[in-house]
Design a protein around this ligand. Structure first.
Ligand code: AOS
Ligand code: ZN
Ligand code: ZN
Length: 423
């Protein structure tokens, strides 16, 4: 806290200048800056427990050093991120990579860092040590009822872990599918999946949400059972009200209009959560906003509408980052992702909705574009900084991270070769 304060003192004057200039500009446009900053302050995005180590591909992984070697250390890392930006006050756990052996202790530790437990994630895309039956040919869709049963039981166990930690949602991503034409009866795989999901759904406690993620390919390269938002939506509507679609930004075929998917899901009240990342080719899991910031802004344009419909709650959906860091420091990368999300949210809140609506009703495409780009081209960094300042975060979280030599200190503490569990 002290480091944050003395850091902010150094940059405060410059920030005040920039913020008051922008505030004046925006008030001329009729924007309520105070309300906007409060919305930004409220926004919290969950950090996945699997993204704190260096990622890699099947060709190799280049560890960065000082990675968290236990769940406790992962929580400490997220606590650090949250202390720096006050916008990442939640963790999303992956079972069995991060089984909380002593949930009461883990919960207390997280609380001491101001962190709550967001969605818990199940894993039936790998075989674990000592596991009886293999998921090589699928889990919830498997032709063998015993495998399906094992996968259902795992998901129910994940719910139990979540309950002990105060989590309120189960997030499910299935790799189930097939690698070759003819390998799998596509309709049967779907039906078995639905049947298995129903059993998991039945085990969901009151007030819980079931987040169903989709993805077109990988690791299966011919078919994936839950391949797109339509399939996910279909399953959710068959399951019931607690089931909602989870949109991972990297899980679309090239050039898909993701903002349109988001708009329709909001309209159908079936949007549950988000996995933020960016991509150029596939499920690249790159830093949010590093490749297609305009698309992110257009998505947030829809999300702002959804947030408005939910009474203005910045956390109306389960926000999570799902990224992998191949050559960057994972903690730095996460700070950059959170910042990119806040910037897109701020820009989208600048859109003059009434004018946009009028332009749309008048079929004035030129005016509509102008309204969007006016918002997108505004440098909203002072708004995000102001939100950080008011919440007690650093004016420049990444700058402070480097100034404090956090990574060097973590390497000293944990060693150069400590590796985090995860992908
Ligand atoms: C996989 O591609 C999905 O994005 C999952 O949401 C996530 O990456 C996985 O569950 C983490 O292991
Ligand atoms: Zn994901
Ligand atoms: Zn993914």
């Amino acid at each position: 806290k002290e480091a944050v304060e003395s850091f902010n003192r150094k940059y405060r004057a410059k920030h005040e200048r920039q913020f008051s200039w922008l505030k004046e500009e925006l008030s001329e446009q009729g924007v309520d800056t105070e309300a906007l900053v409060a919305q930004l302050q409220a926004f919290q995005v969950a950090i996945p427990s699997w993204a704190l180590g260096t990622g890699g591909t099947r060709f190799g992984r280049f560890a960065g050093g000082g990675e968290p070697g236990s769940l406790e250390q992962k929580i400490e890392d997220i606590g650090l991120l949250h202390a720096l930006n006050k916008s990442s006050g939640a963790i999303s756990l992956h079972i069995p990579w991060d089984i909380p052996e002593d949930p009461a202790h883990i919960k207390k530790l997280a609380e001491s860092h101001g962190i709550r437990f967001d969605a818990v994630n199940s894993n039936t895309f790998q075989d674990q040590k000592g596991q009886q039956l293999s998921y090589k040919f699928g889990s919830l869709c498997h032709t063998d009822a015993a495998v399906r049963k094992q996968a259902v039981a795992h998901n129910i166990e994940v719910i139990r872990h979540g309950m002990a930690l105060g989590s309120k949602s189960l997030s499910l991503w299935l790799s189930d599918g097939s690698c070759f034409p003819g390998q799998q009866n596509l309709a049967r795989a779907f039906n078995y999946t639905l049947e298995s999901l129903r059993e998991i759904y039945e085990a969901l406690p009151e007030g819980w949400q079931f987040l169903v993620e989709y993805k077109p390919y990988e690791p299966n390269f011919y078919s994936t059972v839950i391949q797109d938002w339509g399939t996910s939506h279909l399953l959710c509507s068959k399951l019931g009200e607690k089931a909602n679609v989870l949109v991972d930004l990297g899980h679309h075929l090239p050039n898909t209009n993701i903002e349109q998917i988001v708009a329709i899901l909001i309209n159908e009240k079936r949007l549950g959560g988000f996995h933020f990342n960016d991509s150029k080719y596939g499920d690249d899991d790159l830093t949010v906003g590093s490749i297609r910031p305009y698309m992110l802004f257009l998505i947030f344009n829809e999300l702002v509408e959804g947030i408005r419909q939910s009474g203005g709650d910045s956390n109306a959906y389960a926000w999570m980052i799902d990224a992998s860091h191949n050559v960057k420091d994972p903690l730095e990368d996460l700070l950059q992702s959170v910042e990119a999300i806040l910037l897109a949210y701020a820009q989208a809140m600048l859109i003059n909705r009434e004018s946009l609506d009028n332009a749309q009703l008048a079929n004035d495409a030129g005016r509509a574009q102008q309204i969007l780009q006016q918002a997108f081209r505004t440098d909203v960094r002072p708004l995000v900084k102001e939100a950080m300042l008011r919440s007690g975060a650093a004016l420049d979280p990444l700058g402070l991270f480097r100034e404090l030599k956090v990574r060097e200190r973590l390497i000293e503490e944990r060693g150069a070769s400590s590796q985090a569990t995860g992908l």
